[in-house]
Design a protein around this ligand. Structure first.
Ligand SMILES: Nc1ncnc2c1ncn2[C@@H]1O[C@H](COP(=O)(O)OP(=O)(O)OP(=O)(O)O)[C@@H](O)[C@H]1O
Length: 257
C-alpha cells in the first residue's frame, strides 16, 4: 500500500522534560489534506506535542510517522522537506530582510551555499505576493508588525513546499480579517495541517477534527461538534459556555455564559 503525501500518525507519544511529563501517550492519525486543531488551556502541552512532529523534541515513548517514516530516524533535512512549522514569537533580532527570511524556507531543498535558481525565485515571489508582502520584501524583518511577521513566516513555510504544515497559534498577532483570511488561505492549500489554536470558534469553523488537550493528556478527539460540548469545555477550561449553531455557517460556536 502506498501512502499519500501528507499522512501523519502519532502513536503513544509522551514527552518528558526535566523529569516532568508534559505530554502523555497521545495517539491520533491525520489524513492527507485534513486540518486538525489542537486546543487546550495554557500549558496543556500543545506546543510540546507539535515540536515532536517537526523533530525539535524527542518523545520518551511512542512514534511520530510523517508519510510513513519515523521522524526520529530521518535527518532534520528530510523532516524540513516534509514538515514546515510557523511558530509563535520567533526571535526577530537579526539583520535580515523579509525576502531573506522567506528565502530561508528554500534551504530545506538545497545544499549549503547552493545558489538560488529561477524556480526558487519564482516560488519566493509567489509566496510574498500571496501574503501581500511584495512592498515589504526589502524591509528589515525586525521592523515588521507582529501580524506582518506572522505572514512572512507563513510565506517562508510555503516556499518550503511541505506536505504537512504545523501552525502554533498562527492567528496570535492578527486582526480579525487576517485571522479569517490566514485560516481560509491555509485550508485552500489542501495540505495536511495541525494547528494549535486558542480561539474555539475559529477552530470549530476551520478544523475537520479537534484534539482537546488537558494537562498533557488528550481529553477528546473528534469533530468540533463532538468535542466542543459545554460540559467538556467547562471541565477542561473551567468556563461555562453556551454552545450554539452559527446561523450562517452551521458550525458550532461558543459564547461564555
Ligand atoms: N523546556 C521546558 N522545560 C520545562 N518545562 C517546559 C519546557 N517546555 C514546556 N514546559 C512546560 O510544559 C508545559 C506545556 O507547555 P506547552 O508550551 O507545550 O503548552 P501549550 O499548551 O502550548 O501552552 P500555551 O497555550 O500557553 O502556549 C507547561 O507547563 C510548560 O511550562
Amino acid at each position: 500500500m502506498t501512502l499519500q503525501p501528507g499522512t501523519l500518525s502519532l502513536s503513544d507519544v509522551s514527552v518528558e522534560i526535566a523529569g516532568k511529563r508534559l505530554v502523555e501517550a497521545i495517539s491520533f492519525d491525520v489524513a492527507p489534506g485534513e486540518m486538525v486543531g489542537l486546543l487546550g488551556p495554557n500549558g496543556s502541552g500543545k506546543s510540546t506535542l507539535l515540536r515532536t512532529i517537526y523533530k525539535v523534541v524527542k518523545p520518551v515513548t511512542g512514534t511520530v510517522l510523517v508519510n510513513g517514516q519515523d521522524v526520529q530516524r530521518r535527518s532534520s533535512a528530510w523532516v524540513a522537506q516534509n514538515v514546515a512549522a510557523v511558530l509563535q514569537d520567533m526571535p526577530a533580532d537579526f539583520p535580515l530582510t523579509v525576502r531573506d527570511v522567506v528565502t530561508m524556507g528554500r534551504s530545506a531543498h538545497k545544499a549549503v551555499l547552493e545558489p538560488d535558481t529561477a524556480h526558487d525565485r519564482d516560488l519566493i515571489d509567489a509566496a510574498l505576493r500571496l501574503q501581500g508582502l511584495e512592498d515589504l520584501s526589502s524591509r528589515s524583518f525586525r521592523t515588521l508588525s507582529g501580524g506582518e511577521r506572522q505572514r512572512a513566516l507563513l510565506a517562508r513555510a510555503l516556499v518550503q513546499q511541505p506536505t504537512i504544515l504545523v501552525l502554533d497559534e498562527p492567528t496570535n498577532h492578527l486582526d480579525i480579517l487576517f485571522q479569517l483570511s490566514l485560516l481560509e488561505f491555509v485550508r485552500e492549500l489542501g495540505i495536511t495541517i495541525v494547528a494549535a489554536l486558542h480561539d474555539l470558534n475559529l477552530a470549530a469553523r476551520f478544523c475537520d477534527r479537534i484534539c482537546l488537550m488537558d494537562g498533557g493528556q488528550m481529553a477528546a478527539l473528534g469533530t468540533p461538534e463532538d468535542v466542543l460540548t459545554s460540559e467538556r469545555v467547562e471541565a477542561v477550561y473551567g468556563v461555562k459556555m453556551l454552545v450554539e449553531r452559527h446561523p450562517g455557517t452551521g458550525n458550532v460556536f461558543l459564547l461564555p455564559v
